[in-house]
Design a protein around this ligand. Structure first.
Ligand code: PEP
Ligand code: MN
Length: 339
């Protein structure tokens, strides 16, 4: 539910309205716009007394949001949200070019890859330190040592860094070293984890679960927003389908679909979506053409030796050539790539 105040509502009236919604058992989220104030009500829309909200002095109208997600919805917030991560902005015409290896493997290895992707035009460095592997015997990531390497390499190349957090117990540690949390596809509905990153004041890259609907994805974003963290970037990374010649099936329509329903930025990850370097460039271009707010791409200088996801990594040269095309497309569409 949203309480829209009159343009001429006074400060005491606004304060009074906030007090009243609290008395009715809601948690108020106040948005102060240039012309008017809006109060979003977190709580049960059917609780007793809501019909009296209209009568509060200074209130213009009360709007019931029919969608199950509220803070994430465009009804609640008309303008695109722009998420800041260091000096890079994501959303509202600013593209995130996230690149790096699947996993942090060593300082020298990451340093080399970061040098390549930065030169090619990437503006955020990625690398997993905690890896969600299908097999418990596969490389699980370097843990805290990997986080420190990611931080040092990011600083050296002047790039903000994003890395996956898999468990509530890792949130403080990851927050210490990274600029942005990644919630992986397998954890999209780990609600305790979503609440925990919602309490940390750092941007969250929320990947779509492989069997999650667009509505499920937006409901998961709502968990983070409801804790007070407004900085959520969604990521379409492919869903499971009957097709088995690609790793997953990139749901390109999810991008404009989400944009119609939500103000949150959404990027695409053609690496995990296709699992195939021959398809990644076209799908990255298609995603940006479909109004994605960026792309997330795995790059490795020696895929055959990569400790995870080697077969889907682009070589540095392939990434540079894709970035040259993406830059042209961005220019054509009037988008900027912050550096
Ligand atoms: C990753 O980004 O390396 C990853 C594991 O992605 P996803 O959660 O989308 O599978
Ligand atoms: Mn990966």
């Amino acid at each position: 539910m949203i309480v829209v105040l009159k343009t001429e509502a006074t400060k005491p009236q606004i304060d009074h309205a906030i007090e009243r919604v609290q008395e009715l058992g809601f948690e108020p989220r106040v948005i102060t716009g240039a012309f008017r104030t809006i109060i979003a009500l977190i709580g049960d829309d059917n609780s007793p007394g809501v019909e009296k909200l209209d009568a509060i002095p200074g209130v213009e109208h009360v709007h019931r949001i029919l969608k199950p997600f509220k803070l994430a919805s465009r009804e609640f917030h008309k303008e695109d949200t722009i998420v800041p991560i260091g000096k890079v902005r994501i959303g509202g015409g600013h593209l995130a070019m996230i690149a790096g290896p699947c996993a942090v493997e060593s300082f020298a290895g990451l340093d080399q890859i970061a040098g390549f992707v930065k030169k090619a035009g990437a503006n955020i460095l990625r690398g997993g330190a905690f890896k969600p592997r299908t097999s418990p015997y596969a490389f699980q990531g370097m843990g805290e040592d990997g986080l420190k390497i990611l931080r040092d390499v990011g600083d050296k190349h002047d790039m903000p860094v994003v890395t996956e957090v898999m468990d509530t117990r890792q949130v403080a540690l990851v927050a210490k070293w990274a600029d942005m949390f990644q919630i992986g596809a397998r954890n999209m509905q780990n609600f305790d984890l979503l609440k925990e990153v919602g309490q940390a004041r750092k941007p969250v890259l929320l990947k779509r679960g492989m069997s999650a609907t667009v509505k499920d994805l937006l409901m998961s974003a709502e968990y983070v927003l409801a804790e007070g963290n407004p900085w959520v970037v969604l990521c379409e990374r492919g869903v499971r389908s009957f097709e088995d010649s690609t790793r997953n099936t990139l749901d390109l329509s999810a991008i404009p679909n989400v944009k119609g329903q939500s103000h949150l930025p959404i990027i695409a990850d053609p690496s995990h979506a296709t699992g195939r370097p021959d398809l990644i460039p076209s799908m990255a271009m298609a995603a940006v053409a479909a109004k994605a707010d960026g792309v997330h791409i795995e790059v490795h200088d020696c895929p055959e030796k990569a400790l995870s996801d080697g077969p889907q990594a682009l070589l540095p040269d392939q990434y540079a050539s894709l970035m040259a095309d993406l830059r042209k497309l961005a220019e054509l569409l009037g988008r900027t790539i912050d550096r």
